[in-house]
Design a protein around this ligand. Sequence first.
Ligand SMILES: [Zn+2]
Length: 92
Amino acid sequence: MAVVQCVKCGNAGEAITDTLFLGRLEAEVKANVCKKCWKEWEAMRVMVINEYQINLGEESGRELVKKQMRSFLKLGETMDTSKLQQSYRPPQ
Ligand SMILES: [Zn+2]
C-alpha cells in the first residue's frame, strides 16, 4: 500500500490510486491527500455544486469547484466554507 502524508487530516494515510481527471492538479492532490480525505471531498463536492448552483458546463463553474476543492483539501487556497461545513455530514 502506498502511503501519503496528508495535509488535510495530518495523518499518513493510504494514497489515492484512482484516476481523478484533475488535469494539472492531479499530481498535487495525489502527493498531498489521502484516499479517505478524497472520499470526503467527493461527498462535499456534491454539496458545493448544489449550494452554489454551479453549472459544470461553464468554465467559471469548474473553476469555482476547483477552488473549493483546494480549500477543502488545504492545498493553499482559502475560502469561506463555514456555511457548507455547518451542514456537512460525513459519508456513512
Ligand atoms: Zn487525509
